[in-house]
Design a protein around this ligand. Structure first.
Ligand SMILES: *Cc1c(COP(=O)(O)O)cnc(C)c1O
Ligand SMILES: [Zn+2]
Length: 458
């Protein structure tokens, strides 16, 4: 794993800018900056992406006895504790039927939908909002396909800070808008796509009007790298070895960048060897696949896709801002990237639901991608694989309801109901499963109800 980009290499030199062993480094020109003295998202000199660096990197031993969740890993983070709800410690599900149908040695699903607001974005926000307190801002902002806004709204509320979220009008799943609204963010619906929302919020942040908490903010990725730490620890405890491959949905490629950073730091600290680093494998929707294009065509950077479309709204992104960190991550770990259709995504969403794991469409891209790469022979049958599912099923109740079968009306009579059931085919079995998931949607979080209330306002 020799890095093609020298500045993704972690060095032993602690620059004068370091504060308590923490500093920021530009991944393009190597310039270093103090971490908290000024608000800064990119390099002052070349506008390159910044990365958080540490004088001391922990091995797994240093996490022992430190509780659970993101802050278990404080030895690998810039603070001992953050604004917490708390987050992390998500399940690493066994999925025997999908393991069988994919035909791999072992398959586990790391379900990040089990975080407090229902997506992995919480891991980034617990650190990012803590940094916002440190630098002393009073207004937080993000552009979002939905989950970032839900997480920022909740963590901003927790910290008592004003929160602004910019969303692409008509392209955000119902559960996510409901969350942002109820957690008291101001929701600005922009007549544009996600990438344009991000352009706008970067302008606002650049003018000093708000503290930017998109994944361009390097501190968010610090929290998200704990996904990798949890996977490595638990996989090792269960199998006595680390996974060969991690497959994850890719939008802005923040998580891909965060996992790569996790592995670089583990190698640097001596916790793992280079050949124990899992192959980072990205999955995108066919209608929004600039990372897949860049990997397959060997591009130095991604092309910006102006028109993106997919049912998986969380990854409906044409200009992945973290590509300069994530492309080397995929390449240097021996991974790859794969594009899947909306139909394949929905099928994988059903397959996961059939194992009791409820995910939103974007999340299912990892399972759909695994199937595709197995069929192509890229992933081999002796591999141990972890697929990341990024968000909870109830985030997008409309997609969940559409993916399941319709409820079956029956008379209010036990004999008629029994006759109806006995009439049953496999279609009916599917239907009753769907009815259950609909009941979940309506009852679980009250998301559908909230949505109706929201819609009736305009
Ligand atoms: C944000 C998000 C993604 C994309 O993650 P990146 O780090 O931007 O690549 C994927 N799935 C869900 C559910 C998300 O909320
Ligand atoms: Zn620079």
């Amino acid at each position: 794993m020799d890095t093609i980009m020298a500045d993704l290499e972690l060095t032993d030199d602690v620059p004068p800018a370091a504060d308590d062993g923490v500093w920021l480094a530009c991944i393009e020109c190597g310039e270093t900056f103090a971490p908290f003295d000024e608000v800064r998202y990119t390099c002052d000199h070349c506008e390159g992406l910044l990365e958080v660096r540490y004088a001391d990197l922990p091995t797994f031993d240093e996490f022992e006895g430190e509780g659970s969740g993101v802050w278990r890993y404080h030895a690998a983070l810039p603070f001992d504790v953050g604004v917490t709800l708390p987050e992390g410690d998500t399940p690493l599900h066994e999925v025997p039927r999908i393991e069988e149908s994919a035909g791999v040695d072992s398959l586990r699903v790391k379900h990040e939908g089990m975080n407090p607001t229902g997506s992995f974005k919480d891991r980034g926000m617990t650190v990012g909002v803590r940094v916002a307190q440190e630098v002393g801002v009073d207004r937080l902002a993000c552009a979002s396909t939905g989950n970032t806004s839900a997480a920022l709204a909740a963590y901003g509320a927790r910290a008592g800070l004003e929160t602004l979220v910019l969303l692409p009008a008509g392209k955000v799943a119902a559960g996510k808008i409901a969350q942002a609204a109820l957690h008291q963010a101001r929701i600005l619906e922009v007549d544009g796509n996600f990438d344009q929302c991000l352009d706008r919020v970067q302008d606002l942040a650049g003018r000093g009007e708000a503290y930017l908490l998109n994944s361009l903010n390097p501190f968010r990725l610090e929290g998200q790298k704990t996904i990798g730490l949890e996977i490595m620890e638990e996989h090792y405890a269960d199998y006595g070895e680390y996974p060969d491959r991690i497959v994850l949905p890719v939008g802005n490629a923040g998580n891909t960048a965060a996992l790569y950073k996790c592995f670089r730091e583990l190698v640097k600290s001596g916790a793992i060897t280079e050949d124990q680093v899992p192959k980072l494998t990205g999955a995108q929707a066919e209608g929004a696949a600039p990372m897949v294009e860049a990997i397959h065509e060997g591009l130095e950077e991604t092309n910006r896709w102006e028109d993106v479309e997919t049912r998986a709204t969380a990854i409906r992104i044409g200009n992945p801002v973290n590509a300069p960190k994530a492309l080397p991550g995929i390449r240097e770990t021996g991974g790859t990237a794969v594009a899947v259709s909306d139909e394949e995504i929905t099928e994988a969403q059903r397959e996961l639901a059939g194992e009791g794991v409820g995910v939103e469409p974007a999340s299912a891209a990892s399972i759909a991608g695994l199937h595709k790469l197995r069929e192509a022979g890229v992933v081999e049958d002796d591999e141990s694989v972890v697929c990341l599912t990024t968000g909870h099923m109830l985030k997008d109740p409309d997609a969940a309801a559409a993916a399941g079968a319709d409820p079956e009306p029956v008379p209010n009579d036990t004999d008629d109901i029994l006759a109806h059931i006995d009439d049953g085919s496999s279609v009916r079995r599917g239907a009753s499963k769907a009815a259950k998931s609909l009941a979940l949607v309506a009852g679980g979080l009250g998301v559908a109800y909230l949505l109706r209330k929201l819609r009736s306002k305009d």
